[in-house]
Design a protein around this ligand. Structure first.
Ligand code: AMP
Length: 214
C-alpha cells in the first residue's frame, strides 16, 4: 500500500474530493496547502495575510513560503500523507524530494488527475467552501443550492475568493506554465500515475484505490 502520495491536477480537478476519499478509506492524512493558507488568512496571521496577496489574484504563492508550510506539517506527523495541490512548481518538487530524502521517506506515487477545461469551469461555478470548517462542496452533488448550509458542520457556505471566472483564467495560466511540467518531472522518476478524472468521484476513486494498492 502506498502511503506517501501527491495529487497533481488543474484547479477543480477533484484533488480535495479525492484526498478526502483516500483519508476516509485508508486513514491517511490529507494536508491541503491551499486550505492551510485559507485558515491562516481567516485567522489573520502574517503567513495568511502575505499569502492572500497571491491567492486572491489567482497567482501561486512563492515557493519559500509554501515549502515552509509543508516542512512544518511534516515535522509534526508520522510520515504518511496525501498532499493535495503540493508541489505546484519544479522548485517545490525538488525541495520536497530533499525534505523527504532527509527523512528516509521518499515519495511513492504522484497521481495526476486529468480533466478537460469545460469540466473545470462547470465545477468552479458549482463550488462553495464552508466558512467554519473549510470543507469544499459542490452544488448539485453535496448540497441542493447556494443557500444551503455546510453538510458537515452546519456553517455558512460561501464562494471562494479565487473562484471567479477571471481568477480561474489566471490560475489556469499558472497551472500550465508552472505545474503541468511536474507531470514530466514525476514520469521521469517513475512515480507518475495518470487518472482520467472527468467521471463521478466514486469512479475516479476506484482507479485511485487500485493504483495505491497495486
Ligand atoms: P487550492 O485550494 O489548492 O486550489 O489552492 C488555492 C490557492 O492557494 C492557489 O491558487 C494558490 O494561490 C495557493 N496555493 C495552494 N497550494 C500552493 C502551492 N503548492 N504553491 C503555490 N501556491 C499554492
Amino acid at each position: 500500500m502506498k502511503e506517501r502520495i501527491v495529487l497533481l491536477g488543474p484547479p477543480a480537478s477533484g484533488k480535495g474530493t479525492q484526498a478526502e476519499m483516500i483519508r476516509a478509506k485508508f486513514g491517511i492524512e490529507t494536508p491541503s496547502v491551499g486550505a492551510i493558507l485559507r485558515e491562516q488568512q481567516a485567522a489573520g496571521t502574517p503567513l495568511g495575510l502575505e499569502a492572500a496577496a497571491w491567492t486572491d489574484a489567482g497567482r501561486l504563492v512563492p515557493d519559500a513560503l509554501i515549502v515552509e508550510v509543508a516542512r512544518a506539517w511534516l515535522d509534526e506527523r508520522n510520515g504518511a500523507f496525501v498532499f493535495d495541490g503540493f508541489p505546484r512548481t519544479r522548485g517545490q518538487a525538488e525541495a520536497f524530494d530533499h525534505l523527504l530524502n532527509n527523512r528516509h521517506t521518499p515519495l511513492q506515487i504522484a497521481l495526476s488527475l486529468d480533466v478537460d477545461v469545460a469540466t473545470i469551469e462547470d465545477r468552479v461555478r458549482r463550488r462553495l467552501a464552508c466558512e467554519r470548517c473549510g470543507c469544499i462542496v459542490s452544488i448539485g452533488l453535496h448540497v441542493a443550492s447556494a443557500d444551503a448550509v455546510c453538510p458537515r458542520c452546519g456553517g455558512k457556505l460561501v464562494r471562494r475568493a479565487d473562484d471567479t471566472p477571471e481568477t480561474l483564467r489566471r490560475r489556469m495560466v499558472e497551472y500550465r506554465e508552472k505545474s503541468e511540467p511536474l507531470i514530466e518531472f514525476y514520469a521521469g522518476r517513475g512515480l507518475l500515475h495518470r487518472i482520467a478524472a472527468d467521471a463521478a468521484p466514486e469512479a475516479v476513486f476506484g482507479e485511485i484505490a487500485a493504483a495505491l494498492l497495486g
